[in-house]
Design a protein around this ligand. Sequence first.
Ligand code: NAD
Length: 257
Amino acid sequence: MMLQGKTALVTGSTSGIGLGIAKALAQQGANLVLNGFGDADGALAEIRALGVKAEYHGADMSKASQIEDMMAFAASKFGRVDVLVNNAGIQHVAKVEDFPPEKWDAIIAINLSSAFHTTRLAIPAMREANWGRIVNIASAHGLVASAQKSAYVAAKHGIVGLTKAVALETATTGVTCNAICPGWVLTPLVQKQIDDRAAREGITVEQANNDLLGEKQPSLQFTTVEQLGGLAVFLCSPAADQVRGVAWAMDGGWTAQ
Ligand code: NAD
């Protein structure tokens, strides 16, 4: 129970990777502030079943004022945020010349700027406690690009840059900032891309699944949310005290190519 008595805030934790990481942190004893759209009650119940306290704030990560409200809510419920996981994210796939400008703005706001806002608001209390962990969920697309994902690739490269800058600013303190770069993880975000591909190419969902993995991920297996939870827990451990500013791939070999 390495995180007993600590508080973790995970953005976009009603589903997928965020919920998986929230569970892994709760298994280490951390109390949780959850966020995201959809089934908040279900996510809260899953976390509370692990024996920790959990609260939910429905801030829209594209709105700075709502993020400020969420961070104040977390402080009022638990005193401060010790572990901040910037995970909320969306995707849109289109060629750059066809990319709707409002989708570009939303992806940059949710996948990148929200992490700036949560980080700037979390760091003062972390500095005061001389302990904190900031874990940014970037992507293989934070290290390499794919066609038709200009906004996502720009946002994810951006969050890797933000991670490095924050790691340098906190380097002499007990606060660390690192990024995790998953390859394909079978969550609703990716299921939609598989379903769209099957429909577009007139193939089965299983074939679309295999094609998606075969194209990018040499292991031909999805990364799981449990594996990502394990890496987040490691980054919160004393063994990771000197892991600072890394962009750690967990991508079945995607970016080794
Ligand atoms: P998901 O769709 O299952 O979950 C996304 C979460 O973000 C949900 O809880 C959703 O409600 C929340 N969210 C979306 N828009 C929001 C907003 N405006 N305000 C607040 N919350 C919002 O997706 P996922 O696959 O679990 O993705 C989580 C993160 O992991 C994203 O940043 C994504 O880019 C990244 N990622 C995913 C994969 C993958 O293969 N699934 C790979 C690499 C990186």
